[in-house]
Design a protein around this ligand. Sequence first.
Ligand code: FCB
Length: 502
Amino acid sequence: MAIRASGTATSGVTVRRRDVLGCGLALGSGALLAPRAGLAKAAAAVSGNVATGAFPPGFLWGAATAAYQVEGAWNVDGRGESIWDRYAHTAGKIKQGGTGDVACDSYHRYPEDIALAKRLGMKTMRFSIAWPRVQPLGRGPANAKGLDYYKRVTDALLEAGIRPFPTLYHWDLPQPLEEAGGWPNRDTAQRLADYSQMVVSALGDRVRQWTILNEPYVFTVLGYGVGVHAPGYRDPSASLRATHCANLAQGMAFRAIKAVDSRFEVGGAYSVGPTKPLTSAPADRAAADRQYKFANLWFLTPALEGRYPDGVLPADQLHALLDFRPGDESLIRAPLEFVGLNYYSFSYVREDSRYPVPGLNPEWPTPPASPAYAKTDFGWNIYPEGFYDIVMEMAKHTGRVPIEITENGAAYNTAVGTDGKVHDEKRIAYTRAHLLELSRAIRDGAPVRAYHHWSLLDNFEWSEGFTQRFGLVHVDFENGQKRVPKDSAAWYSKVIAANKVV
Ligand code: FCB
């Protein structure tokens, strides 16, 4: 649902994760983003040859996964403990007691999963590298067996003709680093830079494009402020410091990776989407604008411009709240060479003066059930036009930097039918509507070069455990991990073959 992290853990309060994710440049905040010349030119270049639902030649189609959500093998071959292991192993944190201990067992079954992706015609695979598998303590020596695993995975992808497109950090911080202060501790930034250098040195002969952080907004705000993701703290101040540390990490890792080989292309993946005020009250409208900048720009403006967006935190408190030190304006800079966008929905926002930023409110209101929007099984409002809006707005901000859609998809829990198939028409309808909007954005000049569907497989959906299925391929977690491609997989493979929405 638009509700991603049920706030099971700490309070019994249900927090709507998708609302907390809020973002989106569409509503009333256009002033933030000075349109850059070039977009119109680019539009003119492509609009002539992109028909409705069509994609430019060479467009990269694929899917995404993340280590903790699919790999399993949590304590195998020298892997260390991550904050998600610790969190999931703590009673009451995850729905139905789910953990990533086994998940989809992709650690052992990756050849089958890659063969499936190949059969569907995919050209790119986004996956993540588990930091504790590669560097179990978060500092110190590498675990050769962990690096070997990712060498095998990247080799298998290359053999299948699929681009390996790894993310270095998709939320699985080594637990010892959490014990040293976690993301609110500035030292974590240097740790991420060191680890990144270790990985790109080992895999750089196979991988050219690196995503540093996945959704820094989500892991800092939900993990440290709202408390519904690992490590589960409800401390808005720590959460704000964590956001700055993530920005430092992004800049420092960027330079560490480029120091290994300046030809690597380095980017990030950001959760984005429009925000809507919960009521028409001026205070709620203002809150929606602030939240929009916090959720969408808090990790991009620092990277691209070496500063934080104005109007989110009071200017005279900004540096104290973030523990921003002299010289940090250079450290947070990262001239990203591609920008990954993850889009699912919009979020509602209301003013609550108890919190420095609306998104830090752990008692997020339950949005009114609005008949205006159909919902996925997770309850997230379906809003395809928001995809067009946010891609266009982000493109104004990022100019000619190539955009990759690093995630988009929907939870539908369709079971395997008596005919042995999974008839998930709703996933097809969701994806079709979103791809039409994406095609329109490309026609209108957005420099989008790839689309990764979330996800290849049903998998461990964080605090929701195994209760929300996002896969194109059904996974039977109870009976032998059987993979059954859903109707949506067959449909997606036709889209890939046609390079247009069918
Ligand atoms: C995104 C996460 C991804 C997955 C989807 C549904 O926010 O990056 O791991 O859980 O949501």
